[in-house]
Ligand binder design. Sequence first.
Ligand code: SF4
Length: 440
Amino acid sequence: MWRYYPELLERPVPRYTSYPTAVEFNDRVGAADMVEALQTVELDTSISIYVHIPYCQSICWYCGCNTGAANRTHRLSAYLEALESEIARVGSLLHGRGKVRHIAFGGGSPNSIAPVDFVRLVDRLVLALNCESADMAVEIDPRIFSDNWAMALASCGVTRVSLGVQSFSEAIQQAIGRIQPRHMIEACMTSVQRYGIGNINFDLMYGLPGQTLADLEDTLKQAIELAPSRIALFGYAHLPDLVPRQRRIDANALPGSELRFEMAALGHALLAKAGYQPIGFDHFALASDGLAKANAKGKLYRNFQGFTDDDSPVLLGFGASAISSFPHVMIQNEKNPGKYRECIASGTLASTRGVRRSDDDRSRSAIIEHILCQREARDIPEEIVASARTKLGPLEALGLIEWDERDLRLSRGALPYARIVAAAFDAYRQPGSSQFSNAI
Ligand code: SF4
């Protein structure tokens, strides 16, 4: 169903978890903008919350997240203290306004902290913000999971967990510095299911060092056997200049562009055959899963966590590097956990950079989101159509996209090229940027 056009995939493109992307953030936006943005939240504004735990028990070589080793108890407890202060500070600025609909804990590994500390953090959120109707999701490292953790998650009302799986192949696990036998994944699943948490996501990867199509097929089959309700299949992005820890990965063993393309196509075909509905370009969900239901209703969105059913206009990010998003501005916290703690200790918020969104940004953001989520965009403003149409000429000639005046539709075969179509609407992108990964 998918055809490989190497010339289209040559240019690195953003993943568009936001527009403008984080590359456009600058230090002309900071704590004062965050205070001002919080004042725009009204009593009934839906809010989504993201809490970042930038620590892991051990660091995987492929990981591009903002995380470090959780090997110093003092550092961890100082960070949690700062998080609690930040939550309280934002809570007092909101003063009861806004309704929290979703809470997500990510990292790093949220379960690198003690279960009791997690419970206390949730408690702080509930005390500071209006969280009565919020659902909660947590990223989990299965290698350090325990029944105590499952109990803590259930007692806090967590409804979804996301497990970092990546690959079931032992050889590939060695090559990426993450040893995790299948029994650890199974034990983790059994444990959360025992406590009533049935919504489970697996993160899997293709394009890993030494990985073959047969390896990927075996991983996908094992994942399907374990039947998580959702699977995200990401292409590994090898950017060692930006992510120094990736230098441990043998670049010579990485699959080339055509093999990566075949891997993405294999994943799509196998998961769809097994009953997982394709969501956007890298997520798959069983029909019973909230994401599949939202997708069927045309209510799929894109935020910093990828494809989502969350349409909250306000996202509040807590912790080092976490990003808050408001309709007119995006603001990021200090990335370095030590400096983040210093900001909070000095009595201010830790917001240090960001970008204001102009009307043009918001218009382009909506177009990009529609392209990635619905494979179409309608009523595109005339002035945007003109330049995008020229850029997309080669894709139109190949039948991957179709224009009907100001409406744009992507064909089914255009899915692997969706990020490239989106990039044609990005006013900031210059050809040749190496800060992004390939579309596949
Ligand atoms: S456990 Fe997850 S967040 Fe931590 S280093 Fe590995 S991939 Fe990155």
